[in-house]
Ligand binder design. Structure first.
Ligand code: CDP
Length: 153
């Protein structure tokens, strides 16, 4: 039993180490079309559920940011995008993850909220009127930058 306990402890320690080895980067897509940017409403976790974010997710080992962005948008919205310029500054979360936002150009398909509660296209004026309490905390700093992008679009 002692051996069994040791085996289990070793395996879970290794599991945790593997989790820690994953890149700390998260990529998020600012898909702009017709002067509007697409925001999606998170379904989980509970404290973020219902809040708006730029759709995206964690970069996998060996993956470029552009490839991760395309994969996440394919998984979450069923559309093909090509990553463009960065938007705003990277944001570091309390858990050490670092979020990077990029312009994302639609190359195929029509975005549909496959994993989010909802999605909505926002004009710059609608973004400015958005209650920041309804936005995922890490994404709040990007709102002014997104307005600039939309004003220039
Ligand atoms: O789908 P995956 O698990 O790769 O990623 P996620 O759960 O969507 O995002 C990973 C982390 O980044 C979570 O802590 C999210 O809350 C955070 N995130 C964020 O703050 N803002 C975004 N626009 C996207 C993700």
């Amino acid at each position: 039993f002692v051996t069994m306990g040791w085996l289990i402890a070793t395996r879970s320690a290794r599991g945790a180490a593997e989790t820690d080895d994953r890149p700390k980067d998260v990529v998020a897509a600012a898909i702009v079309d017709g002067g509007r940017v697409l925001l999606a409403q998170r379904a989980h976790p509970a404290d973020l559920a219902g809040k708006w974010e730029l759709p995206g997710g964690r970069v996998e080992s060996g993956e470029t940011h552009a490839a991760a962005l395309a994969r996440e948008i394919r998984e979450e919205l069923g559309a093909e995008v090509e990553a463009g310029d960065g938007v705003g500054k990277p944001v570091t979360l309390p858990n050490g993850l670092v979020l990077h936002a990029y312009r994302a150009h639609l190359r195929g398909g029509t975005p549909v909220a496959l994993e989010h509660l909802d999605m909505q296209w926002f004009t710059a004026d609608e973004l400015r009127r958005l209650d920041l309490d309804d936005v995922v905390p890490a994404d709040r700093d990007w709102i002014p930058e997104l307005c600039v992008v939309l004003d220039e679009a």
